[in-house]
Design a protein around this ligand. Sequence first.
Ligand SMILES: [Cu+2]
Length: 192
Amino acid sequence: MNRSSARGSARSSARSSVRSSVRSSRAVVGGAVMLVMAAPVAWGAAALVTRGPLADLQPAVSSPFDSARAQVALTRQGDKTTTVLTVHGIGAAALGHTYGAHLHEGVCRAGDGAAALGHYNHTKEQGLPVVIDAATEIWLDFTVVGAGEGRAVSHVPFAPTAAARSVVIHAQPTDPITGTAGARLACLPVQW
Ligand SMILES: [Cu+2]
């Protein structure tokens, strides 16, 4: 961790933290962790960070994510939310491939992809006619680069309600019309 960047981010406003996340994932990692430690239940200006090993949703089949770790950082600014997903330790066979990833309504439970339920969808939450796109759901598709890393950023005009949810990684890129992305490979639990 870049400690001086972390201190800088912690002192900065949420707006500048988001800018930092675009410039440097390291700065946001450090800053976000310090903010979470200082205010673990605040869901306001600070980024809320979850990190850890990915849970395997298909234990009987090997996938490039079997040894991967991920981090999800959510930053709310008013009614807008920026979500940054970073994945590390992805198998070499996945280099150059793009995978769909989304915030799902349900929990992340190893070996049980169905437990993640459907996508978190803001129009559905509001009881409105359901619209499926990158503005009503948090889509985090990423392409594997370098030494098995992937990163995605989502900006949406809503704040997801608090609950135990999951970020699910799928086998294919997200279809922009249907929002589907093939088999569920792995997930990270998120709660805020
Ligand atoms: Cu999904």
